[in-house]
Design a protein around this ligand. Sequence first.
Ligand SMILES: [Zn+2]
Ligand SMILES: [Zn+2]
Length: 166
Amino acid sequence: MHDHAGTHAEAGCHGHHGPEEALARAEAVCRARDLQFTRLRRDVLEVVASQARPLGAYDIAERLSGPGKRVAAVSVYRALDFLTENGLVHRIASRNAFVSCGHAHTDGAGLVFLICRNCGSIDETTSPEIEDQLGRTLAKAGFKPSSRILEVEGECGACLGKPVES
Ligand SMILES: [Zn+2]
Ligand SMILES: [Zn+2]
């Protein structure tokens, strides 16, 4: 499945898929759900999907702005809401930042994000075992989750394998 450990540092393989794939998926999702894939939504997704690390809304707004063109963070937030609701990007709560979805999975699936605090890379995985266990824990507590996203911070395989710089 996710066999990207140790390849984060190599150009071209960030353990995530490029913008073309993310955009194609977004178009398919919007068509299937009869939703508008506006220019801004598209631009925002393209920026997010082109980065292996999570981006904040202000970062995205800045990247979309240029001479004679200002994109407001509030518009970016609205586009991000749309993309998040439709499972095309995920919000990393601990960073207040966004990543594009690395692989297709069902809405509301339990997700585990492995966040490297050294290089900032993020790996997205699903774990049926954790999901089962979490589901039982939630049921026992009578708790209805609005999201089931787990974030684990640490060091990625690529960083662990690198010689320590001094
Ligand atoms: Zn995802
Ligand atoms: Zn790393």
